[in-house]
Design a binder for this molecule. Structure first.
Ligand SMILES: [Zn+2]
Ligand SMILES: [Zn+2]
Length: 271
């Protein structure tokens, strides 16, 4: 399985893109600003999008992606998300005010995109990929996802603060080849982080130590660019360096038989 981190940052600045993970060219997890780096052909090759939640850094480029696909031969783009997320998309984004209702354009029978609710307790199979929703603790209804194929399984937290149910859910997987988890804020903002549902280095290190086998590779994502150096400094204080990898915008990871975990990145290059 190839996972291309089109965007893995907590916000934008030069070279930084917000969350969008492209799996094997056809499945997109979240539609942040990283989507904007894809060619039109690559944009049209995507068949399914799974959204972790409705915040703009995760759904904003779905709107522009829909616009880019209209008039092309691309099939209807299936968008899968929690019912609460779909409601927000309908009411506040594809509402013919902020953006056209692409679920009815160019025609209601063959629209650019269709919206499909995901039940928190049920997985969904999209081609050769199986998606299992994972619990998350965030300011609005949110989920993480585990993405499995016949060969591999990788988990992505989406946006979350400390969430005991997430770690319990991860334990149900017999084999996990990696966890991508957010750490959006530095330790001095811990109170705010817990309130709005984000991890800080101290809280993340505590949960990783307690709940995740040390041999499972962990990639950190969603660092706020303005705090990235500080977060990296704090993580280095509380976790062994070999446990810390940062998911970089544009980076490709390969999982499955014959693949070794991606090389450890020790030097940060935040802009
Ligand atoms: Zn969020
Ligand atoms: Zn976010």
């Amino acid at each position: 399985m190839e996972l291309r981190a089109l965007g893995a940052s907590g916000s934008i600045s030069a070279g930084m893109r917000t969350t969008a993970l492209l799996i094997d060219d056809t499945l997109l997890i979240d539609a942040g600003s990283g989507v904007g780096d894809l060619s039109l052909n690559a944009l049209c090759a995507i068949t399914d999008v799974v959204l972790t939640h409705a915040h703009l850094d995760h759904v904003g480029f779905l709107a522009l992606m829909a616009d880019a696909r209209i008039g092309t031969v691309a099939p209807t783009l299936r968008v899968h998300a929690l019912p609460e997320t779909i409601q927000v998309l309908r009411e506040h984004l594809f509402n013919d005010a902020l953006w056209p209702d692409f679920t009815a354009l160019p025609s209601p029978t063959a629209p650019v995109l269709s919206l499909h609710p995901v039940a928190r307790t049920e997985g969904l199979t999209l081609g050769t990929h199986h998606i299992t929703p994972l619990p998350a603790q965030h300011a609005i209804p949110a989920m993480g996802v585990a993405i499995s194929t016949a060969e591999t399984c990788v988990a992505f937290s989406g946006d979350t603060g400390p969430c005991p149910e997430l770690w319990t859910a991860l334990q149900q997987f017999e084999h996990l080849d990696g966890l991508i988890i957010e750490c959006a804020l530095p330790d001095r903002l811990e109170r705010l982080a817990v309130q709005i549902g984000h991890y800080t280095p101290r809280l993340l290190a505590k949960d990783l130590r307690q709940h995740l086998a040390p041999e499972i590779p962990v990639w950190i994502s969603h660092l706020k660019p303005s705090e990235a150096q500080q977060i990296a400094f704090e993580l280095a204080e509380v976790l062994p360096t070999e446990r810390i990898r940062y998911l970089r915008c544009g980076e490709k990871l390969h999982f499955g038989r014959g693949c070794t975990p991606h090389a450890h990145i020790s030097e940060l290059d935040f802009q």
